[in-house]
Design a protein around this ligand. Structure first.
Ligand SMILES: [Ca+2]
Length: 193
């Protein structure tokens, strides 16, 4: 599901994390998460300053107030490889900040992150994602790698879509269709030499 608004905005309707069916047992566990902050952090593997971009939802995902545009463009370099991480918080109550990543990792066999780029020449290899606690382990993606080809076209106007899927049963490798979308966010990206 993609927003018709600017690419840097959240797809608000898809941001209702973990909207479990209250009538059914929930093997994936837990109440719906209320999410107020999502950040993508990309650290060049050869060193240098990490890229960071954050989208805030000031009233959380369970109230209708709109999220903010992303705080920054993720300025990639041609030929760069980045260690990626995602940060998801409920920081609506400063006295009780919830690290939603901890909850996702606790329920790793029921979640998977997907990273999709509209930019040509950029990939996020599934093989480099961290793994869940199934046997054998399957992709989770709270950490990942992002690879920019040396010949990736320079651009100032593409996007990284971050999607969090929640499987109540049958996650498998996470590529199946039995899921709910907890997050679906577009972060602006540029590519330069
Ligand atoms: Ca909101």
């Amino acid at each position: 599901m993609r927003s018709s608004l600017a690419a840097s905005l959240l797809t608000v309707a898809a941001l209702g994390a973990c909207s479990d069916n209250p009538a059914a047992p929930i093997p994936g566990g837990g109440d719906p998460e209320n999410i107020s902050s999502v950040s993508v952090v990309l650290t060049p593997v050869t060193g240098g300053t990490a890229l960071r971009s954050t989208i805030e939802d000031p009233d959380g995902t369970q109230l209708p107030g709109a999220p903010t545009p992303a705080s920054a463009v993720l300025a990639l370099r041609q030929g760069g490889t980045y260690a990626g991480a995602i940060e998801i918080l409920n920081d609506l109550d400063a006295a009780n900040i919830v690290d939603v990543i901890d909850e996702i990792e606790t329920e790793s066999a029921f979640h998977r992150l997907f990273y999709t780029l509209s930019c040509a020449g950029v990939s996020v290899p599934v093989a480099a994602m961290n793994r869940d606690d199934q046997v054998p382990p399957q992709p989770l993606g709270t950490t990942f790698q992002l690879v920019v080809a040396a010949d990736a076209p320079a651009t100032t106007s593409c996007t990284l879509t971050v999607e969090l899927r929640h499987f109540e049963t049958d996650k498998g490798d996470g590529a199946g269709s039995n899921f709910e979308t907890d997050l679906d966010l577009d972060f602006p990206v540029s590519i330069a030499p």
